[in-house]
Design a protein around this ligand. Structure first.
Ligand code: SF4
Ligand code: SF4
Ligand code: SF4
Length: 294
């Protein structure tokens, strides 16, 4: 059997049903794999006789059926191509993200750069509970951020600017929430229905709808699994730097205050989410780089 403090203790090494073999999960923030990494993984899969690579729900790749006596070698080879052994236990695990403004027409934020920065600061940190972080560039929420311990959604608040609204109704047609109507010949926004997706801002042919810039809604305490739960809104901030600061503070709070063996969402219920929120927001207010939007 494997001894303590070996490669077997790493979170990305998962013992299989047949305990003679392990699956190796890799660290690939936001699932972004360059052609060189793909070639490298294919070479490593062949070298270690992994019959296939499996794409995981956390946007990483894992290689199955690796014998125990080859774990150190494969770990070293995976590091060499930039996809080192990842994490799966009570740690900060692979950060997931949608394409964001790199490719998606609906995006309000750069999901990929945010994922890389959070990964750089926090990936693999040992925690009392597993911390999953997911980022979506708009409220379509393709990576289900609200079902993660920490979720981030990019939003844009539409603002009507002075000018001659023709009442053409284009923005009304584009808004899927029914939040815009034409009254007395001009567009009127119902903020209670608006989810700040930003679609109307991009739709106005006369450029009359603007935004005050991108916002980031951060939620905490979501989860998938047996008893899924939607995370609760913690804060809205207006820069990538501020998001990273908030996420670090939440992770530090969990590291110091949470205990193992119980899901974070349940622990937040016990201490009451409102108290947790107050605690974190107090810390954030003391930070010079975080400008709280809401
Ligand atoms: S969440 Fe929004 S920005 Fe991200 S892929 Fe989906 S639609 Fe595009
Ligand atoms: S931001 Fe989205 S939800 Fe809000 S009014 Fe514009 S299209 Fe509708
Ligand atoms: S798309 Fe622009 S011009 Fe047309 S109704 Fe909306 S705000 Fe007015």
């Amino acid at each position: 059997m494997p001894s303590e403090n070996t490669i077997h203790m790493r979170g990305g090494v998962i013992t299989e049903r047949d305990p003679e073999f392990c699956t190796i999960r890799t660290r690939i923030p936001a699932g972004i794999i360059t052609p060189d990494m793909l070639r490298g993984i294919a070479d490593i899969a062949e070298r270690y006789k992994a019959p296939y690579a499996h794409i995981t729900t956390r946007q990483t790749l894992e290689l199955p059926h690796i014998p125990h006596d080859r774990l150190d070698d494969i770990s070293s080879d995976l590091s060499d191509i930039g996809t080192p052994v990842g994490s799966e236990r009570d740690e900060v695990v692979n950060v997931t993200a949608c394409p964001g403004i790199d490719r998606c027409v609906f995006a309000n934020i750069d999901s990929l750069s945010l994922a890389r920065e959070i990964d750089r600061r926090l990936f693999g940190k040992e925690m009392p509970v597993k911390i999953r972080i997911a980022i979506s560039g708009c409220p379509n929420a393709c990576t289900s951020p609200m079902l993660n311990e920490i979720g981030i959604i990019g939003r844009i608040e539409p603002l009507r600017t002075p000018g001659v609204c023709t009442g053409c109704g284009t923005c009304v047609e584009y808004c899927r929430e029914g939040a815009i109507s034409i009254k007395k010949g001009i567009s009127v926004l119902d903020t209670s229905k608006c989810i700040q997706c930003g679609t109307c801002v991009r739709s106005c042919p006369f450029n009359l709808l603007k935004s005050s810039g991108e916002h980031y809604l951060i939620s905490v305490g979501g989860r998938r699994g047996r008893h899924p739960r939607i995370g609760k809104e913690l804060i809205i901030v207006n820069s990538e730097e501020a998001v990273v600061d908030v996420v670090e503070k939440v992770v530090q709070w969990v590291y110091r205050r949470a205990w193992s063996g119980r899901l974070l969402s349940e622990q937040l219920d016990d201490i009451q989410f409102g108290k947790f929120k107050e605690d974190i927001r107090e810390q954030i207010q003391a930070s010079s780089i975080v400008d709280i939007v809401q």
